[in-house]
Design a protein around this ligand. Structure first.
Ligand SMILES: Cc1cc2nc3c(=O)[nH]c(=O)nc-3n(C[C@H](O)[C@H](O)[C@H](O)COP(=O)(O)OP(=O)(O)OC[C@H]3O[C@@H](n4cnc5c(N)ncnc54)[C@H](O)[C@@H]3O)c2cc1C
Length: 430
């Protein structure tokens, strides 16, 4: 495969971070290969939200029209108390004045779009499926990835750099931090599904109902079918259980029966949303214990760097896991432009993001924006006539502004920032 500048950048993992990284490398003229453990990329998962900061990057990658086809432009974000009454509602995306929209999409559809685009632009050889990166070793001017293939072979692949985008159970992170504890679980369990149903609120709203211990998230991930009047409604039911009951498996693909959790939501029926009916209508339901990992003090080991969930997996309470995975890849591209495809670029990436992302992981553990619902429940005992008597509007506004600034989608700084990667930019290879 040659040496030095002729070697490709190795990307472990073909999820959201890895595929965006590969597309960014292609845009910059940097040879790259994705090593993905599954044999076939399939549209797994249910809904995710992509914030304007991530959409800007995907548009800069030339995917604006395709996003419009697979996603739905979110226009409202609402917090609703357990009694079904609004606590807070604010416009989102372009409705809030961002220059870029916010999209709700099916995670699998997004992954398929990124994969399809990569193959079209860089050729099928840009991704090797059935290749699981199990470790790495350093060499003088390169890095060697140890790979197990689905055919049972153990092979070595040499690259200029290894970008570990291998998610929650990252093998590269485990090697870099051999003493890291297991994923941290605070007792919350998520059940996820998608059901065809009539539009709720604006038909493009993200709604969070409940309290700190029991809540329900809902948003649509397709447009309304004119023939049926229905759209695909993504939902997440969430309960806090006693951690001693032990949910150890943290696999995004574990399928369960709705009766595992539905009794707890049995009377969550409002005139605008029938939660039990929505849950029962889902063809499949997945269970996921809400886990994250304690922040680490470094993401870089010589020519190896962690990105996306491998670097900073966080509780999915602020809709920023997938968005940040996309932003990470683009920031890495900008570091390549400034420092070359060299370890210095990895150091610059770490300096830019490790501290704010570690703080965000811990902030999300403290409930992120959902903290407001906890305050309302505590102060009102569950029901109220007027929300202003429970929590002053300026208290919620200040809380939300702090969260958005920490998560990198504060409106003014985003709108006024130049592109992460200028159009037409190419990396000088030598
Ligand atoms: C199957 C699946 C379903 C998900 N569903 C949802 C969902 O419904 N809602 C939600 O909010 N988030 C979901 N997520 C998580 C979400 O995609 C991530 O939090 C976020 O997008 C960050 O992306 P990432 O690329 O860092 O990690 P991921 O999207 O997790 O991607 C990691 C990729 O690396 C591959 N991989 C793992 N280990 C190795 C290895 N050792 N070598 C090579 N490849 C490896 C995985 O197969 C995967 O393709 C899901 C993740 C997965 C893998």
């Amino acid at each position: 495969m040659g040496s030095g500048p002729d070697l490709p950048v190795l990307i472990a993992g073909g999820g959201i971070a890895g595929l965006t990284m590969a597309l960014t490398c292609h845009q910059l003229g940097v040879p790259a290969i994705v090593l993905e453990s599954v044999r076939t990329i399939a549209p797994l998962g249910v809904g995710i939200n992509l914030q304007p900061n991530a959409i800007r990057e995907l548009i800069d990658l030339g995917l604006g029209h395709e996003l419009d086809d697979i996603g739905i432009e979110a226009d409202e974000w609402a917090l609703v108390a357990r009694c079904g009454k609004d606590v807070w509602a604010e416009p989102r995306g372009r409705a809030a004045g961002y220059r870029w929209p916010q999209y709700s999409v099916h995670r699998g559809e997004l992954q398929m779009l990124l994969h399809r685009t990569l193959v079209e632009r860089a050729g099928p050889e840009a991704i090797l499926t059935g290749h699981r990166v199990v470790g790495y070793r350093h060499s003088s001017d390169s890095v060697v990835a140890h790979v197990d293939t689905r055919d049972g072979d153990e092979i070595e692949v040499t690259g200029r750099l290894l970008l570990a985008c291998d998610g929650l159970h990252s093998a590269a992170r485990a090697q870099m931090h051999p003493d890291q504890p297991d994923p941290q679980w605070g007792g919350q369990v998520l059940w996820r599904g998608a059901t065809l149903g009539p539009p709720v609120r604006s038909g493009a709203a993200f709604t969070l109902v409940g309290t700190l211990d029991q809540r329900f998230v809902h948003y649509p991930i397709s447009s309304v079918d004119p023939a049926t009047g229905l759209q695909l409604q993504n939902w997440i039911a969430e309960l806090t259980v006693d951690p001693v009951d032990g949910f150890v498996a943290s696999d995004w693909n574990r399928e369960v029966d709705v009766e595992t959790f539905l009794p707890a939501f049995q009377d969550w029926t409002f005139d605008w949303l029938d939660i039990p009916a929505l849950v029962r209508g889902a063809p499949k339901v997945w269970e996921f214990p809400m886990v994250d990992r304690d922040p680490v003090e470094r993401w870089v080991d010589q020519r190896v760097c962690l990105l996306g969930d491998a670097a900073h997996v966080m509780y999915p309470v602020g809709s920023n896991g997938a968005s940040q995975a996309i932003v990470d890849a683009r920031v890495m591209g900008a570091c390549f432009l400034k420092h070359g495809v060299q370890p210095d670029a990895l150091g610059a990436f770490e300096s830019a993001l490790l501290e704010p992302m570690s703080a965000l992981v811990l902030r999300n553990r403290g409930h992120g924006p959902i903290g407001i619902l906890g305050l309302v429940d505590e102060r009102s005992g569950g029901d109220f006539d007027h929300i202003d008597d429970v929590i002053p509007r300026n208290e919620v506004e200040a809380f939300m502004a702090r969260y958005k600034a920490a998560a990198g989608f504060a409106i003014d700084s985003l709108n006024n920032a130049g592109p992460t990667i200028a159009p037409g930019a190419r990396v000088d290879q030598h």
